[in-house]
Write a protein that binds this ligand. Structure first.
Ligand code: GDP
Length: 455
């Protein structure tokens, strides 16, 4: 996508469909003339104005709207922006948008408003990503992390590290320029100390990184077990809605069903699989394939066993299989189901990590607690906000830390300051890539493609 900032773009910023209002955004140098062509009066900046709009071609009235003007550079995109709040529904927003286009605007591409905001220096790349994450957030904790980044919390910390990298390079510069001086203005060891602090700060940024990513994506949690052990009932109980159809016939769950559940504010992608029973039956077989496919990528596996029934050979084999797998053990939670139906100590008692009843709700809180502590132990224990939530961020900060370590190594080996300095430059570059200080079209195209039109 080419950046053409001299034209004016327009798009529907709210989801299409039946709704009280819809918001149409117009951004670019012609925003005000376009507003006038629609019949809007002269708009006072940042003041909501109730007015009637008409089609610029034939003057037919379209709607009564509330229009707000934001004058460049004090707007979301940094350009002149008019936001038109019109009535929602199938027709009205389309008509008003069409009127904007007829008046000279061009339909915005995906993410083009955010892209302009970025190109005009209103937000950095981390904030662009946070905008997406905020819109996509489905749990309180993911929401908190996204808002923190959107408000510049992460950017500020990255920026401070970047400044310290620049300062460390300046100190080295002195050594390079005045190699003969023993007692320069920089105390010996100052650069090394700076590098140690930098490494520490980068480490602090990385601390909850894997959990941060899970927070954004949701913990893939597969509910597995024989047909009829109560998987769908558990799935529904955890979701708090009746999404999967619960039946008494074994093996009637047709395929895996996935839903996002917020467990104590943390996001889990719950997958209800058909039973793991080996069978030639086609529908059932399909479910098994789905289960196996999901199991491979699963972050957690809830393996369900009825409390009152002895596990059969197949179930024992499956448990063994998971336990032998190096990271299977940590992923596995054995859930004893239908605890209400097995008042007497049942044969499966002792095998289960948690016993639950989807019927009475007993044990569900403990299971939720178990889910949260398995996936988010670091975060939930320390109650912190995860700083990094995207792979791109983690990769960049790791790269910066590696370079800072390499720098310390180069100093220890007594390499020339010019050589050691290249590592600090690389570290700086990694952070600048992350913030988008040096933007490349490629990164931008990939990133903005995630947006829908109107953002
Ligand atoms: P799935 O095939 O593993 O998904 O099992 P379902 O969730 O469809 O449940 C199978 C049967 O067990 C249904 O008749 C449910 O009503 C019953 N069931 C599920 N959970 C419980 C429970 O906690 N207590 C009792 N008593 N029955 C349950």
């Amino acid at each position: 996508m080419r950046d053409m900032l001299d034209d004016t773009i327009a798009a529907l910023a709210t989801a299409p469909g039946r709704a009280g209002i819809a918001l149409i955004r117009v951004s670019g140098p012609d925003a005000r003339p376009i507003g006038r062509a629609l019949g809007l009066p002269a708009l006072e900046p940042r003041r909501a104005t109730y007015a009637r709009v008409h089609h610029p071609e034939d003057g037919r009235p379209l709607d009564r709207v509330v229009a707000t003007l934001f004058v460049s550079p004090a707007s979301y995109t940094g350009e002149d922006v008019i936001e038109i709040g019109c009535h929602g529904g199938a027709l009205v927003p389309a008509l008003v948008l069409d009127a904007c286009l007829a008046a000279g605007a061009r339909p915005a591409e995906r993410g083009e408003f955010a892209r302009r905001a970025f190109l005009n220096g209103r937000i950095d790349l981390v904030q662009v990503e946070a905008t997406l994450d905020l819109v996509d957030a489905r749990s309180e904790e993911a929401h908190r992390a996204a808002l923190f980044q959107l408000e510049g919390g992460l950017s500020e910390r990255l920026e401070r590290v970047r400044e310290r990298l620049v300062r460390a390079q300046a100190m080295l510069g002195y050594e390079i320029d005045f190699p003969e001086e023993d007692e320069g203005p920089i105390e010996p060891g100052r650069v090394e100390e700076a590098a140690r602090e930098l490494e520490e700060e980068l480490g602090a940024l990385l601390r909850h990184a894997p959990e941060g990513e899970l927070l954004r994506e949701g913990v893939l949690t597969v509910i597995a077990g024989r047909p009829n052990v109560g998987k769908s009932s558990l799935f529904n109980a955890l979701l708090g809605t009746s999404r999967a159809i619960v039946t008494e016939l074994p093996g009637t769950t047709r395929d895996a069903i996935e839903a996002m559940a917020s467990v104590d504010g943390y996001p889990f992608r719950l997958v209800d699989t058909a039973g793991l029973r080996e069978t030639a039956e086609r529908v059932e077989g399909l479910g098994i394939e789905v289960a196996r496919r999901y199991l491979e990528g699963a972050d957690l596996v809830l393996f369900c066993l009825e409390v009152g029934r002895r596990p059969d050979a197949g179930e024992r084999a499956f448990l063994e299989e998971l336990r032998e797998d190096a990271d299977g053990e940590g992923r596995l939670i054995v859930v004893g189901t239908k605890a209400d139906a097995a008042r007497e100590p049942g044969p499966a008692r002792g095998l289960a990590d948690v016993e639950v009843s989807a019927e009475t709700g007993e044990g569900l809180d403990r299971l939720r607690e178990e889910l949260r502590s398995r996936a988010f132990s670091g975060l939930s224990r320390q109650g912190g906000t995860p700083l990094l939530t995207r792979r791109r961020q983690v990769r960049a900060v790791r790269r910066a830390r590696e370079e800072v370590r390499a720098f310390a190594g180069a100093r220890r080996e007594g390499l020339p300051p010019e050589v050691a300095a290249t590592h600090l430059q690389e570290a700086q570059l990694a952070l600048e890539d992350l913030l988008g200080v040096v933007e490349t079209d490629e990164i931008l195209d990939v990133l903005f493609a995630e947006f829908c039109v109107g953002k």
